[in-house]
Design a protein. Structure first.
Length: 173
């Protein structure tokens, strides 16, 4: 009977270990969505800023995408204008938001090229939100163009979803 306390201790120790492991194996709680700044929902007038195009490779790949260095800006501007939600202003002074579009070209295989829209408050210049969409890499020019256009469409869709997810301008807190 002298083994009984040792066996009891071992059984209790193993039970506690199994229960502790089971508790740790439970799914973590899902992080609640953070609120979207109210300025995004309330905005009706925007200024679209050209954040430019950057490249991490040399001149040999400068024509990786057609349309030149202002293509992202021009395509984004046209998409926002077609959407019709915002009045696009020629200067930021009277705008409710600044939408700064930029494009970064990167070599396929290293990291994907990406679009980024920084949403800024024009009065404070505080960054309210950022949307980043990656362009799937492709070797053939036709597929690179298709992927570029798909990523631009996804970027505009994310902006649409964000602006509709924001609380109404007159929401009570």
């Amino acid at each position: 009977m002298s083994n009984f306390p040792k066996q009891l201790f071992l059984a209790l120790f193993l039970t506690a270990g199994v229960l502790g492991f089971a508790a740790n194996a439970q799914q973590p709680e899902e992080t609640p969505a953070t609120p979207v700044p109210v300025q995004i929902a309330a905005a009706r007038k925007v200024f679209i800023s050209n954040g430019g195009e950057q490249s991490n490779y040399q001149d040999v790949h400068d024509n990786w995408f057609t349309g030149g260095p202002n293509r992202a800006y021009n395509q984004f501007y046209a998409a926002i204008k077609t959407w019709g939600r915002y009045e696009i202003l020629p200067a930021p002074a009277e705008a409710d938001l600044i939408l700064e579009i930029s494009f970064t070209k990167r070599l396929a295989g290293a990291t994907d090229s990406q679009f980024k829209v920084a949403i800024l408050d024009p009065k404070t210049r505080i960054l309210l939100w950022t949307i980043t969409v990656y362009v799937e890499p492709a070797g053939m020019p036709k597929n690179r163009e298709k992927n570029y256009n798909s990523a631009m469409n996804a970027l505009v869709e994310e902006l649409k979803n964000l602006s509709s997810a924001a609380p109404p301008a007159n929401a009570q807190k």
